[in-house]
Design a protein around this ligand. Structure first.
Ligand SMILES: [Zn+2]
Length: 67
């Protein structure tokens, strides 16, 4: 089960599914997990919950688009 989005999938050495692994931002998060700290673990847990709720991983500024 994927560490991040909790789907059943073939996982890489970070425990991520192909979809999460293909997202550079997610992959970086879990690569940094090797330098484990309680704060980082809590941060990851919050992000994983956002992923499960299908929210964007990070707040993104809205771009104005014409037309
Ligand atoms: Zn995943």
């Amino acid at each position: 089960m994927c560490e991040h989005c909790e789907v059943q999938a073939e996982l890489d050495e970070l425990g991520l599914c192909p979809r999460c692994r293909s997202m550079e931002t997610i992959r970086e998060l879990y690569e940094r997990r090797r330098d484990w700290s309680p704060e980082w673990e809590a941060h990851l847990r919050r992000l994983a919950q956002r992923a499960k709720a299908r929210l964007p991983l990070f707040e993104q500024p809205r771009k104005e688009r014409d037309g």
